[in-house]
Design a protein. Structure first.
Ligand code: URA
Length: 424
């Protein structure tokens, strides 16, 4: 182990076999946390040569892969954002075109929401299925979104928990190997990455986001996975809804051909690229198929089948999930929205109980935010920039103050379109 740490410290490449032994020793519990942490910090400070990143990612993936029966044809991954409910729409939309989609999703992390927490806002929805149930559901309806199994790329869980507490999350080789090991282990031959950029994203800067996307494309190519990456805008929340039940309702609106324009555009672009890779057609042709499925009701019917298959009460969702009482937030001054601290909006939602402060906190599905102010928009003094969904009390007052501070007036510098760039 000392040799592995020293190589990272001195920027010396290691043979792939040594890296594999290291990963196996980590998963086998034979490396103490302080040695893993020292290695993570060395990689954080010095980076890692590309051959070692490929070897590391492959070794992490090979330590826990999905059985062939449970593999989808296409997968997607988002690096995490505020108001990102795209999986809820993409899963039924893409699978309604006959493309099997099995997505392993996560819970909220810090200020970013998690797909599993959103799905659990639907009464009865089960995010944990046993292997047989999962395989049967894939056979019958071709779609499932479930919690990541403990056996899937377990090394990432060990690294991630240590990165979280050692200041080593924000490292391109560590992020790329974390994401791509899970996607390789999931076994889909096609992958669309949603790399979020901006004030609410892990990557605040466009150039670094592009570097991350390109690195992940090369890792995919090294294992024969066809990858397209979208750089998407997190300088403002995606859509209006931020929370759990409120995001499910917005996803359902989008599936019914309504909902905010930026959300629809991002979903259509992501879905087109997923379909293009999976069905080997040009993105423009794929987009026509996707628009037809969304606007013709096919995706909505598949949503009903999917929610029902995982035990969820789809009718309750259709009638409207319970939401906490709402209060408007105004700024008391007028101006043009120049900048939005999107991370602060995510933190306000987390503070209200839509996310967790500590690992075992309970989520309140009914709380959240409806965010109205868009970049470049003129806002009057008494015009709400957002609405807070929460019971009255000190927490709500504090969240409202956080949200007031999240808007800066002036001349807009950030771009407002949903999809910023496509890398393939
Ligand atoms: N998402 C992941 O899965 N891993 C990272 O390291 C960062 C974002």
């Amino acid at each position: 182990m000392i040799e592995v740490i020293e190589a990272a410290r001195d920027r010396k490449p290691l043979p792939a076999e040594k890296i594999r032994e290291f990963v196996q020793a980590v998963v086998g519990g034979r490396v103490p946390d302080y040695q893993i942490a020292a290695w993570l910090m060395a990689v954080y400070l010095n980076g890692l040569d590309e051959a070692s990143v490929f070897a590391l990612t492959a070794a992490m993936a090979d330590e826990g892969t999905t059985p062939p029966r449970m593999r989808g044809r296409v997968d997607k991954h988002s690096t995490g954002g505020v108001g990102d409910k795209t999986t809820l729409i993409l899963a039924p939309l893409v699978s309604s075109l006959g493309i099997p989609l099995l997505k392993m999703s996560g819970r909220g992390l810090g200020h970013t929401g998690g797909t599993l927490d959103k799905l659990e806002a639907i009464p009865g929805f089960r995010v944990t299925l046993d292997d047989q149930e999962l395989a049967r559901q894939m056979d019958e309806i071709g779609v499932a979104v479930v919690a990541q199994s403990a056996w899937l790329a377990p090394c990432d869980g060990i690294f991630y928990a240590l990165r979280d507490v050692t200041g080593t999350v924000d490292s391109l080789p560590l992020i790329a190997s974390s994401i791509m090991s899970k996607k390789m282990a999931g076994g889909a031959p096609n992958l669309v990455l949603d790399v979020k950029v901006g004030s609410g994203a892990l990557m605040k800067d466009h150039t670094r986001a592009r570097q991350l996307a390109e690195l992940m494309l090369r890792i995919g190519a090294s294992r024969g996975i066809r990858v397209t990456a979208l750089l998407t805008n997190m300088d403002q929340p995606l859509g209006q809804a931020v929370g759990n039940a409120v995001e499910v309702m917005e996803a359902l609106a989008c599936l019914s051909g309504q909902g905010p324009e930026d959300l629809r555009e991002e979903v259509l672009t992501l879905a087109s690229h997923m379909v293009s890779l999976a069905q080997m057609v040009a993105p423009d042709e794929a987009r026509l198929r996707v628009e037809k499925a969304l606007d013709g009701g096919q995706a909505l019917e598949q949503w009903q089948r999917w929610v029902r298959a995982q035990g969820g009460d789809w009718l309750a969702a259709e009638r409207g999930l319970p939401l906490a009482s709402s209060v408007p937030v105004t700024l008391g001054r007028r101006g043009v929205v120049a900048q939005i601290d999107t991370e602060a909006i995510g933190r306000a939602a987390q503070w209200l109980g839509a996310g967790r402060q500590r690992k075992d906190d309970r989520i309140d599905p009914s709380v959240g935010i409806r965010w109205y102010a868009r970049l470049g928009q003129s806002v009057e003094a008494d015009e709400p920039v957002c609405e807070v969904l929460a019971p009255p009390g000190i927490r709500r007052d504090q969240a409202m103050e956080m949200l007031r501070q999240a808007v800066a007036f002036g001349s807009p510098r950030a771009r407002s379109q949903a999809v910023l760039d496509i890398v393939s």
